[in-house]
Design a protein. Structure first.
Length: 194
């Protein structure tokens, strides 16, 4: 899809605030600081549509973006950030689980993992949650620009193995810096939101 219009809609803290017009939706999840907001901006070709930051825990609400008046993208709070108080973590855990498990219009979840490191237990928990919710999932390995050529294939293999993915499961190497991965992600998004 060629992005002609991208608009921030709402920072939702409660399901009552979610858009209810039935448009197909794509969510972006992953650890705190993995690059969700950056990936969203790259897909939308906007520099600061979704707020990015060097400080983990920046995104604290479910942020909805209207793309071309046709689909929604949602930027979710990152998980696994140690400094967030336990009560806040538990609250967000419940909100996100409910969102991912019950949002009827959700067509795809793009699950971001850091290409530099093996996926963590928290990443595996998220994968299991998505599995239970039966939402189609696409893995994006972010910050791929930070890897040497020689590390690329090895790290992607480790990610595949740690997440227990099949040989043919799609993992998209992604960089918000170079733009690598933008097209392949759009191809999947287009296919599921038709
Ligand atoms: P939270 O909202 O806190 O969960 O973070 P997030 O997952 O939205 O991450 P965000 O997009 O804010 O990026 C975190 C940091 O990583 C920022 O300093 C980004 O500039 C940097 N970053 C994100 N993506 C990339 C990438 O592909 N390559 C490089 N080199 N840096 C990146
Ligand atoms: Mg963010």
């Amino acid at each position: 899809m060629k992005v002609t219009e991208a608009k921030f809609v709402i920072s939702a803290v409660h399901p009552d605030q979610f858009p209810q017009d039935g448009r197909p939706e794509v969510a972006f999840v992953g650890r705190s600081n993995v690059g969700k907001s950056s990936l969203l901006n790259a897909l939308l070709q906007r520099k600061r549509m979704a707020k990015t930051s060097g400080t983990p825990g920046k995104t604290q609400t479910i942020n909805f973006f209207d793309v071309n008046g046709a689909i929604y993208f949602t930027d979710l709070p990152g998980y696994g950030y140690a400094k967030v108080p336990k009560k806040v973590k538990e609250h967000w855990g419940r909100v996100m689980t409910a969102y991912l498990a019950t949002r009827k219009t959700l067509r795809l979840v793009v699950h971001l993992v850091d290409a530099r490191h093996p996926p963590t237990d928290k990443d595996l928990d998220m994968l299991a949650l998505l599995d239970r919710a039966e939402v189609p999932t696409l893995i994006a390995a972010t910050k791929i620009d930070k890897l040497k050529r020689s590390e690329r294939a090895r790290n992607l293999r480790t990610i595949r193995k740690t997440l227990g993915l099949d040989e043919d499961a799609l993992i998209i190497p992604f960089s918000a810096v170079s733009g690598e991965g933008v097209r392949p992600i759009w191809q999947v998004v287009d296919a599921v939101t038709k």
